[in-house]
Design a protein around this ligand. Sequence first.
Ligand SMILES: Nc1ncnc2c1ncn2[C@@H]1O[C@H](COP(=O)(O)OP(=O)(O)O)[C@@H](O)[C@H]1O
Ligand SMILES: [Mg+2]
Length: 244
Amino acid sequence: MKARGDASLSTSRSTLRGLFVAGTDTGVGKTWVSTGLALAARAEGRGLAVMKPVAAGADATPDGLRNEDAVDLIEAAASDARYEDVNPYCLSSPMSPHLAAAEAGVCIDPAVIRSAAGRLTAAGEWLLVEGAGGWRAPISDLETMADVARALGLPVLLVVGLRLGCLNHTLLTCEAIERDGLTFAGWIGNVLEPDMRALEANVAWLAKRCGEPFALLPREAPGAGSASARAASLASASRRLMQL
Ligand SMILES: Nc1ncnc2c1ncn2[C@@H]1O[C@H](COP(=O)(O)OP(=O)(O)O)[C@@H](O)[C@H]1O
Ligand SMILES: [Mg+2]
């Protein structure tokens, strides 16, 4: 792993308030949870800034490349920020960011992301950041999404995709977050397999090791469950997380 000087860490951790949303894997519900938290905050009159710093998989539009997660976050937060600040690295191909960046001839620089975060929060906004992939998803040959999280210095909320294997993924991710010197803020469980065996026992084990979850979200049937219902089930979590 690439070593970073203390000086760069201390400057990059200066003034941001907010949360970095990581996941136990890709496709576990980071966007599902992040947009729900943003909607819940807005429903109670709390504004926030949002960011999807690195996105791989984008559509060409008249305004340039646009990534679905970033667009969903912007919509949920009713953000009027520049797209380029919300999503400084928007890469065309849906594959590991380091490969999508190499294909595009782009070098992902966490310092550029930190600068964009500064612009998004210039008026003191609370910042919700959605990561990409899991904690060690590569952004280059040497760096991973963890380096992006370190550059931002925010506490980390872990979205646990509740399915077989999640206990191992959760513990490994928590250990890595702590080893990287960041604060583990807590976790939200997202049920990926509605008929997962021993779901409650898995949640109980996680609660013993990682603390009680901020929320547990059920698996919604396709087409069922509205965004406002999801926001309502995340209202208390959103309130408590924004006080961290
Ligand atoms: N609790 C849930 N119920 C129903 N669909 C869900 C739920 N959580 C996530 N999804 C869907 O699963 C897919 C992956 O979720 P997403 O939030 O995009 O994951 P990530 O951001 O971690 O890659 C999306 O299509 C999303 O709408
Ligand atoms: Mg996502």
